[in-house]
Each structure stands twice: as C-alpha cells, then as structure tokens.
Design a protein around this ligand. Structure first.
Ligand code: GLU
Length: 373
C-alpha cells in the first residue's frame, strides 16, 4: 500500500459524516462527550489549515427520544415530526460544542433537488464557500421534514448525502464515522477472525462484502457506505470508514494513520458529468436497442431517429434519463422539451425543422450534455 500520510498530504477540504449511533452513543440522547470531541478535532484540523464540513445525522433519533415516540417501521409522519424536533436539539448541541472551541457553526438542510437544478447547486456552492471563507463550520443534514421515504427524490441516508456533498463541494476526503470500524473481509458479527480491509483500490470489487445493514439506529449500513465509496471514487475523492470510538479518530485519519478502511479515488470526472449523474431526472427518453448500443460504444450524442417514446413532461435544459428496455443507460440535458421530442421521435435530424417548424440542434442531447450510467 502506498503510505497513507503521503497520499493524504494534499488534503485541503474534509467532509466528516457522523452517524446517528455515533451521536447518541447508542443511547437516546446526544452524547456531549462525542460532540465535544468532534468539535475539538475539527478545531485541530482548522489549525492545520484544513477546511471542514460536517454531515450530521441524528435528527430523527434525537427527536423521537425527546417526543417519547416509538413509531412502527413504516410510520413516516412521526419521523418527519421527530426530525423537526430533533434537528433543533442537534444544532443547539453542536453549537455548544463548537462554541467551546471558539468556532461558529451553520445549519444547511438539503434535499435532492438542490443537485438537480444547476443554479441551486451553484448557489449552494457559493454559500458553502463563503461560510468556509469566514471560518464557519457548515453542519449539513437532509431535510427529513419534507423528504419522506416514499419519494424517490431523496438521499434517504446520510452516507450517500455526505458523498455527494464531498463530490459537489470539491472536497478531497470523506470520513464516515460509524459504529462499524471499517469494511471487514467477512461479517464480524458471525466470524471472530474477520479482519478489516485496510485499503480498497476499486470499490466495485468489494460490493459483495456489503451484507445487510448492521446498525438498527441509523439508516446507513455497509451497503450505503459502499455506495458512498462509489460516488467518491468517481468524483476523485478519498473516503475512509472508521470507528467513532477511536480516540482522536478524525485527526489521526487525516494525518494518514492506518485507521479503518481507506477507499482510493478513481480518475476525476468532469464536474458537469458528476452534476448530471447526481441530478434528479424530470422524465425519460426511451430509445431503441440500436441507439442504446451506439451510446454504449461511445457515440455519446442522442439523435431523434433512435427515440421511441418520451415519459413525463420536461423543459429543454432539465435533466432526463435515457432508458432502453427498462434500464437507465444514460442521463442528459436535452435541447428540446418533452413535447417536441415526442413529435420528432424516430425521424432523421434533417426533418426536424419540417416537423417542428424550428430546430435547435441535430442532436436531441448533445455529447457534452450526456453521461453514460
Ligand atoms: N437524516 C437522518 C437524521 O438526521 C439520518 C439518516 C441516516 O441515518 O443516514 O436523523
């Protein structure tokens, strides 16, 4: 393995994700000791010249405990209500812990559509960059009050959310603190000789090790952590999964000590491609097998001739899925709206003007606006 401290020496911006079970210490209320320790370590990183963002879970868990509510697994509104109670308590506690270090915190609640609308995404970036420039520590969570499990436009778990934050904000390293100490080569709850995998080069090679979610309190198990690792890999960020109980875990992980599992980044994708991949699709363009093959072979622009159908209503400039046989093969930003695409489906590009009375481009989705999934 290459020396962790040298590969992490360039790290400038760090996202630290803390899970519900870390924040509550497995109990019902927040663990001040843990939060104080996170704040102290963030201060240390700041003194080392690093920028730090926190993704904090715990709103629902803390809110449920405060309301003395014990919902059934599928009861959603009580979780929304609990998030609204718990988020306030959570921020109050974070504020107290960071105040002891002389640091100001800010609250950012995200929903998936922050990433589906490029303007909102850029606004978010500007806000976060300004907060960091002023030395504020942004504390991010999903807006669980309005994001419910039935709606697919949500992250649903903060592992994925933190990976998107890391990728979008051009951070270099995501540290996921968890009651799980890293990725094990077999289930540690069953096999006493299970060992932590120290380095993962290519996350796709270890997806099978995910098993089932192990923690009852948060929503993130190893599956969501490996999904987060995939997002980081694609975005060119490092990711470390480490046990929240390890003393000074954040600082030691950043310094490159061999803690937990480190996932190495792949080649960095273009920012626009990453944004398109993460964006919420407003509709779908259904293509035939021939067009799908061409796209897969690297002919990365979509022509009207291969389009069979259009699902949903969308404007030009919205992000849409490109589907074939029920599978999303690409995502992109079309230069025509859904109505026009429906009218020109299956025809050659030189007939677009005759059918529509106008023409933007030969391609329905130009190559620079299309990414394969
Ligand atoms: N956003 C949820 C909360 O704050 C936690 C989601 C998760 O456990 O990943 O309670």
């Amino acid at each position: 393995m290459s020396d962790r401290s040298s590969i992490l020496s360039h790290v400038d911006t760090v996202v630290v994700k803390v899970g519900t079970s870390s924040i509550t210490g497995g109990g019902n209320s927040v663990s001040e000791i843990f939060m104080d320790s996170v704040a102290k370590q963030v201060k240390e990183l700041r003194d080392m010249g690093k920028k730090v963002l926190i993704v904090s879970s715990g709103a629902i868990g803390v809110g449920l405990a405060a309301m003395n509510a014990k919902p059934k697994p599928k009861e959603i509104p009580i979780r929304q209500a609990a998030a609204s109670v718990g988020q306030g308590i959570l921020m109050q506690k974070w504020n107290e812990s960071f105040e002891k270090q002389g640091l100001l915190v800010s609250q950012i609640l995200l929903t998936y559509d922050f990433y589906s609308d490029r303007e909102k995404y850029l606004n978010l970036r500007n806000a976060i960059q300004t907060l960091l420039a002023y030395g504020v520590v942004p504390i991010i969570n999903e807006n669980d009050v309005i994001c419910v499990k039935e709606i697919d436009a949500m992250f649903g778990d903060n592992d994925t959310l933190s990976a998107y934050v890391c990728s979008k904000m051009d951070a270099d390293l995501l540290i996921i603190l968890s009651d799980v100490e890293g990725l094990f080569n077999k289930n540690p709850k069953i096999h006493a000789d299970a060992e932590i995998v120290p380095v993962v080069d290519d996350v796709s090679s270890v997806m099978a090790m995910a098993g089932d979610p192990t923690s009852r309190v948060g929503t993130g198990g190893m599956k969501t952590k490996l999904r987060a690792a995939e997002i980081c890999h694609e975005a060119g960020c490092y990711m470390i999964i480490a046990g929240c109980d390890i003393p000074d875990v954040i600082v030691r992980a950043v310094r490159g000590e061999g803690i937990g599992t480190i996932f190495l980044p792949g080649e960095k994708e273009r920012k626009k491609s990453r944004w398109i991949k993460a964006a919420y699709a407003k509709g779908s363009i259904i293509v035939d097998a021939g067009a799908a093959d061409k796209l897969r072979q690297g002919d990365v622009s979509l022509l009207a001739v291969g389009i069979r159908d259009v699902i949903g209503r969308f404007e030009r400039g919205d992000v849409v899925n490109v589907e074939c046989s029920g599978k999303v093969i690409a995502k992109g930003i079309p230069d025509y709206d859904s109505e026009d695409i429906f009218k020109i489906r299956g025809i050659r590009s030189d007939r677009i003007e005759a059918v529509l009375g106008h023409k933007s481009y030969d391609d329905v989705i130009r190559s620079e606006n299309l990414v394969l999934m």
